[in-house]
Design a protein around this ligand. Structure first.
Ligand code: DC
Length: 224
Protein backbone atom coordinates (compact mmCIF):
# COMPACT_ATOMS: atom_id res chain seq x y z
CA UNK A 1 0.00 0.00 0.00
CA UNK A 2 1.25 3.50 -0.81
CA UNK A 3 2.52 5.45 2.17
CA UNK A 4 -0.09 7.79 3.61
CA UNK A 5 0.32 11.54 3.24
CA UNK A 6 1.84 13.14 6.37
CA UNK A 7 -0.43 14.92 8.83
CA UNK A 8 0.49 17.91 10.96
CA UNK A 9 -2.05 17.99 13.81
CA UNK A 10 -2.63 21.32 15.53
CA UNK A 11 -4.93 21.17 18.55
CA UNK A 12 -5.75 23.68 21.25
CA UNK A 13 -8.45 25.77 22.91
CA UNK A 14 -10.59 28.51 21.33
CA UNK A 15 -8.65 31.58 20.29
CA UNK A 16 -5.23 29.98 20.60
CA UNK A 17 -4.58 30.98 16.98
CA UNK A 18 -4.85 27.43 15.59
CA UNK A 19 -6.89 28.46 12.57
CA UNK A 20 -4.51 31.20 11.48
CA UNK A 21 -1.38 29.16 12.14
CA UNK A 22 -2.77 26.04 10.47
CA UNK A 23 -3.63 28.07 7.34
CA UNK A 24 -0.15 29.66 7.22
CA UNK A 25 1.60 26.33 7.70
CA UNK A 26 -0.55 24.64 5.05
CA UNK A 27 0.22 27.46 2.59
CA UNK A 28 3.96 27.29 3.30
CA UNK A 29 4.07 23.52 2.79
CA UNK A 30 1.52 23.37 -0.05
CA UNK A 31 -0.57 20.98 2.09
CA UNK A 32 -4.35 20.56 2.33
CA UNK A 33 -6.13 22.08 5.30
CA UNK A 34 -8.80 20.62 7.57
CA UNK A 35 -10.68 23.07 9.79
CA UNK A 36 -12.47 20.42 11.86
CA UNK A 37 -14.19 23.01 14.07
CA UNK A 38 -16.04 24.22 10.97
CA UNK A 39 -17.67 20.79 10.63
CA UNK A 40 -19.05 21.00 14.18
CA UNK A 41 -20.17 24.59 13.57
CA UNK A 42 -21.88 23.51 10.33
CA UNK A 43 -23.60 20.63 12.11
CA UNK A 44 -25.03 23.05 14.70
CA UNK A 45 -26.11 25.45 11.97
CA UNK A 46 -27.69 22.77 9.82
CA UNK A 47 -29.53 21.38 12.87
CA UNK A 48 -30.99 24.84 13.57
CA UNK A 49 -32.10 25.11 9.94
CA UNK A 50 -33.85 21.78 10.04
CA UNK A 51 -35.39 22.26 13.47
CA UNK A 52 -33.33 19.51 15.11
CA UNK A 53 -32.96 20.24 18.85
CA UNK A 54 -29.50 20.43 20.44
CA UNK A 55 -30.42 17.59 22.81
CA UNK A 56 -31.61 15.21 20.08
CA UNK A 57 -28.48 13.02 19.78
CA UNK A 58 -29.79 10.74 17.01
CA UNK A 59 -31.15 13.66 15.01
CA UNK A 60 -27.86 15.54 15.32
CA UNK A 61 -25.81 12.51 14.25
CA UNK A 62 -28.03 12.22 11.17
CA UNK A 63 -27.50 15.92 10.42
CA UNK A 64 -23.71 15.41 10.77
CA UNK A 65 -23.78 12.40 8.43
CA UNK A 66 -25.83 14.24 5.80
CA UNK A 67 -23.90 17.56 5.90
CA UNK A 68 -23.87 19.09 2.43
CA UNK A 69 -20.85 21.36 2.63
CA UNK A 70 -18.25 22.82 0.32
CA UNK A 71 -15.00 24.51 1.38
CA UNK A 72 -13.73 27.11 -1.03
CA UNK A 73 -11.78 30.37 -1.14
CA UNK A 74 -12.57 33.71 -2.76
CA UNK A 75 -10.31 35.66 -5.13
CA UNK A 76 -8.55 37.37 -2.20
CA UNK A 77 -7.77 33.98 -0.65
CA UNK A 78 -10.41 34.42 2.09
CA UNK A 79 -12.36 31.35 3.18
CA UNK A 80 -15.75 30.59 1.69
CA UNK A 81 -17.90 27.90 3.23
CA UNK A 82 -21.12 26.71 1.66
CA UNK A 83 -23.87 24.85 3.49
CA UNK A 84 -26.62 23.38 1.33
CA UNK A 85 -25.66 25.84 -1.39
CA UNK A 86 -25.68 28.96 0.84
CA UNK A 87 -22.60 30.98 1.72
CA UNK A 88 -22.35 30.69 5.53
CA UNK A 89 -18.73 31.93 5.83
CA UNK A 90 -19.63 34.73 8.26
CA UNK A 91 -22.54 33.00 10.00
CA UNK A 92 -20.48 30.01 11.15
CA UNK A 93 -17.96 32.31 12.89
CA UNK A 94 -20.50 33.85 15.27
CA UNK A 95 -20.24 33.01 18.96
CA UNK A 96 -23.71 31.47 18.72
CA UNK A 97 -22.46 28.99 16.13
CA UNK A 98 -19.36 28.36 18.29
CA UNK A 99 -21.44 27.60 21.37
CA UNK A 100 -23.76 25.35 19.32
CA UNK A 101 -20.70 23.58 17.90
CA UNK A 102 -19.29 22.95 21.35
CA UNK A 103 -22.65 21.49 22.45
CA UNK A 104 -23.09 19.13 19.49
CA UNK A 105 -19.39 18.18 19.72
CA UNK A 106 -19.99 16.63 23.15
CA UNK A 107 -22.28 14.00 21.59
CA UNK A 108 -20.38 10.76 20.77
CA UNK A 109 -22.62 9.85 17.80
CA UNK A 110 -21.94 13.24 16.20
CA UNK A 111 -18.17 12.79 16.57
CA UNK A 112 -18.43 9.29 15.12
CA UNK A 113 -20.49 10.59 12.18
CA UNK A 114 -17.80 13.16 11.35
CA UNK A 115 -14.80 10.86 11.75
CA UNK A 116 -14.47 9.45 8.23
CA UNK A 117 -15.30 12.81 6.66
CA UNK A 118 -12.31 14.29 8.52
CA UNK A 119 -9.98 11.41 7.68
CA UNK A 120 -10.81 11.80 3.97
CA UNK A 121 -8.89 15.10 4.03
CA UNK A 122 -5.62 13.14 4.38
CA UNK A 123 -4.38 13.30 0.80
CA UNK A 124 -0.97 13.86 -0.83
CA UNK A 125 1.15 15.85 -0.50
CA UNK A 126 0.01 16.24 3.13
CA UNK A 127 -2.51 17.70 5.54
CA UNK A 128 -2.54 20.31 8.26
CA UNK A 129 -5.47 19.47 10.57
CA UNK A 130 -6.76 21.97 13.09
CA UNK A 131 -9.06 21.08 16.01
CA UNK A 132 -9.31 19.67 19.51
CA UNK A 133 -8.71 15.96 18.95
CA UNK A 134 -6.66 15.79 15.76
CA UNK A 135 -3.63 14.29 17.52
CA UNK A 136 -5.56 12.16 20.00
CA UNK A 137 -8.46 10.65 17.99
CA UNK A 138 -8.73 11.55 14.34
CA UNK A 139 -5.07 11.24 13.31
CA UNK A 140 -3.36 9.42 16.21
CA UNK A 141 -0.37 8.61 14.01
CA UNK A 142 0.13 12.18 12.79
CA UNK A 143 3.76 12.93 11.91
CA UNK A 144 3.79 16.09 14.03
CA UNK A 145 1.41 16.91 16.90
CA UNK A 146 1.24 20.39 18.30
CA UNK A 147 -0.86 21.68 21.17
CA UNK A 148 -1.18 25.41 20.73
CA UNK A 149 -2.19 27.50 23.73
CA UNK A 150 -2.25 31.13 24.86
CA UNK A 151 -3.42 32.88 28.01
CA UNK A 152 -7.22 33.22 28.39
CA UNK A 153 -6.99 37.04 28.18
CA UNK A 154 -5.00 36.95 25.00
CA UNK A 155 -7.33 34.43 23.42
CA UNK A 156 -10.36 36.62 24.19
CA UNK A 157 -8.59 39.68 22.76
CA UNK A 158 -7.65 37.84 19.55
CA UNK A 159 -11.14 36.47 19.09
CA UNK A 160 -12.56 39.95 19.63
CA UNK A 161 -10.35 41.42 16.93
CA UNK A 162 -11.12 38.56 14.55
CA UNK A 163 -14.89 39.03 14.94
CA UNK A 164 -14.61 42.81 14.61
CA UNK A 165 -12.66 42.39 11.39
CA UNK A 166 -15.56 40.30 10.11
CA UNK A 167 -18.00 43.06 11.03
CA UNK A 168 -19.42 41.16 14.03
CA UNK A 169 -19.88 43.27 17.14
CA UNK A 170 -19.52 41.60 20.54
CA UNK A 171 -18.22 42.82 23.92
CA UNK A 172 -14.86 41.63 25.19
CA UNK A 173 -16.35 40.71 28.59
CA UNK A 174 -19.09 38.59 27.01
CA UNK A 175 -16.50 36.95 24.78
CA UNK A 176 -14.25 36.09 27.74
CA UNK A 177 -17.20 34.41 29.45
CA UNK A 178 -18.10 32.49 26.26
CA UNK A 179 -14.52 31.30 25.87
CA UNK A 180 -14.35 30.15 29.49
CA UNK A 181 -17.65 28.26 29.15
CA UNK A 182 -16.54 26.67 25.92
CA UNK A 183 -13.13 25.67 27.33
CA UNK A 184 -14.85 24.04 30.26
CA UNK A 185 -17.29 22.12 28.05
CA UNK A 186 -14.57 21.02 25.61
CA UNK A 187 -12.17 19.96 28.38
CA UNK A 188 -14.63 18.21 30.67
CA UNK A 189 -16.67 16.23 28.14
CA UNK A 190 -16.31 12.47 28.41
CA UNK A 191 -15.70 11.83 24.71
CA UNK A 192 -12.51 13.13 23.05
CA UNK A 193 -11.92 15.91 25.58
CA UNK A 194 -9.56 18.74 24.73
CA UNK A 195 -6.12 17.67 25.94
CA UNK A 196 -2.66 17.39 24.41
CA UNK A 197 -1.73 14.00 22.93
CA UNK A 198 0.98 12.29 24.97
CA UNK A 199 3.44 12.84 22.15
CA UNK A 200 2.35 16.43 21.37
CA UNK A 201 4.69 19.39 21.62
CA UNK A 202 3.20 22.29 23.57
CA UNK A 203 3.51 25.71 21.98
CA UNK A 204 2.44 28.77 24.00
CA UNK A 205 1.77 31.59 21.55
CA UNK A 206 1.14 34.31 24.19
CA UNK A 207 3.00 37.46 23.20
CA UNK A 208 4.32 35.88 19.98
CA UNK A 209 3.64 37.09 16.46
CA UNK A 210 1.83 34.91 13.93
CA UNK A 211 5.05 34.78 11.90
CA UNK A 212 7.12 33.57 14.87
CA UNK A 213 4.64 30.82 15.79
CA UNK A 214 4.32 29.72 12.15
CA UNK A 215 8.09 29.51 11.91
CA UNK A 216 8.36 27.39 15.06
CA UNK A 217 5.85 24.93 13.60
CA UNK A 218 7.71 24.84 10.28
CA UNK A 219 11.00 24.24 12.14
CA UNK A 220 9.45 21.29 13.96
CA UNK A 221 8.10 19.91 10.69
CA UNK A 222 11.57 20.26 9.14
CA UNK A 223 13.01 18.10 11.95
CA UNK A 224 11.03 15.12 10.62
O1 DC B 1 -12.21 25.55 16.56
P1 DC B 1 -13.62 26.09 16.63
O2 DC B 1 -13.76 27.23 17.59
O3 DC B 1 -14.18 26.41 15.28
O4 DC B 1 -14.49 24.87 17.20
C1 DC B 1 -15.84 25.02 17.55
C2 DC B 1 -16.25 23.96 18.56
O5 DC B 1 -16.23 22.66 17.96
C3 DC B 1 -15.34 23.85 19.77
O6 DC B 1 -15.80 24.62 20.86
C4 DC B 1 -15.34 22.39 20.12
C5 DC B 1 -15.72 21.70 18.86
N1 DC B 1 -14.62 20.97 18.21
C6 DC B 1 -14.37 19.70 18.65
O7 DC B 1 -15.00 19.22 19.59
N2 DC B 1 -13.43 18.94 18.04
C7 DC B 1 -12.70 19.45 17.02
N3 DC B 1 -11.79 18.68 16.43
C8 DC B 1 -12.92 20.77 16.58
C9 DC B 1 -13.89 21.52 17.21
Amino acid sequence: MAEKAPVIAIDGPSGSGKGTIARRVAEALGYHLLDSGALYRLTALSAARHGVALDDADGLAEVARMLDVRFDSDEAGGERIWLEGDDVSVEIRTEKAGAGASTVAAIPAVREALLERQRAFQRPPGLVADGRDMGTQVFPSAAVKIFLTASAEERARRRHKQLKDKGLDVSLAALSRDIEDRDRRDTERSVAPLRPAEDARILDSSGQSIEAVTQTVLDWVAEL
